[in-house]
Design a protein around this ligand. Structure first.
Ligand code: MN
Length: 228
């Protein structure tokens, strides 16, 4: 066995509905501008863009139900997204075979320091400071494919303190789940434990301490997260 200089950090795991065994997370890919109305609200033309991805860190995923307001920002936005979890991977995966790699689906929030992201965009710099901060991806338990199938449509709804902020249907995704997996696998070697946050519809907006965000997607339950 390899001798370690100090105790290794704990791996991030996600609960699986109805099971004791946890899903171990390897990588976190996030797609940008995957709903036309959100691309437009952010000032882009959705018809002219190839998909693009950024990453969060595995240990940014958080299932505590609490989101501590992060430092160095005064404009932190919610982005409600379906999370796709992989049980296997590879390179150059075809669109046709992509769904055979999916373990299950869940609810997630791509919390974003929008003010910092905006500065990075202007400067042509990477987005990590806006996207990959501590506990920036609140999420819920995973639902196995054997339980929920592959959700291609269904209502996505995010409320804050009971008021509707984001409302859309999964069928409005520009790049569908099989296409995202296939595209990513041409650039990266995907593997079991990778998760993909599948993009947010329009209606992203700021949260304040004390707010309660509640996300539902048909068939995937409800995720409630308090901003603390
Ligand atoms: Mn997002």
């Amino acid at each position: 066995m390899t001798e370690l200089a100090f105790a290794p950090p704990a791996i991030t795991t996600l609960p699986v509905v109805g099971e004791e065994a946890m899903f171990p997370v390897r990588r976190v890919y996030c797609i940008g501008r995957n709903y036309a109305a959100h691309a437009i609200e952010m000032g882009h033309d959705p018809d002219k863009e190839d998909p693009f991805f950024f990453q969060k860190n595995p240990n940014n995923l958080d299932t505590s139900g609490q989101f501590p307001y992060p430092p160095e920002s005064s404009d932190v936005h919610h982005e409600a997204e379906m999370l796709v979890a992989l049980k296997s991977g590879g390179t150059n995966i075809s669109v046709e075979s992509a769904l055979t790699h999916v373990f299950g689906y869940g609810l997630s929030l791509d919390m974003t320091r929008r003010d910092l992201q905006g500065i990075q965009k202007k400067l042509g710099r990477p987005w990590e400071i806006g996207k990959a901060f501590e506990r920036s991806a609140p999420c819920g338990p995973l639902h196995r494919v054997s339980e929920v199938g592959h959700p291609e449509h269904g209502a996505l709804l995010l409320t804050v303190n009971g008021e509707v902020r984001q409302e859309a249907d999964l069928n409005q995704m520009i790049w569908k789940v099989p296409e995202m997996i296939s595209y990513l696998s041409t650039y990266f070697e995907l593997a079991a434990g990778d998760v993909i946050m599948s993009g947010t519809p329009s209606g992203v907006a700021a949260v304040e301490k004390g707010d309660v965000m509640a996300l539902t997607i048909d068939g995937l339950g409800r995720l409630e997260v308090k901003v603390t």
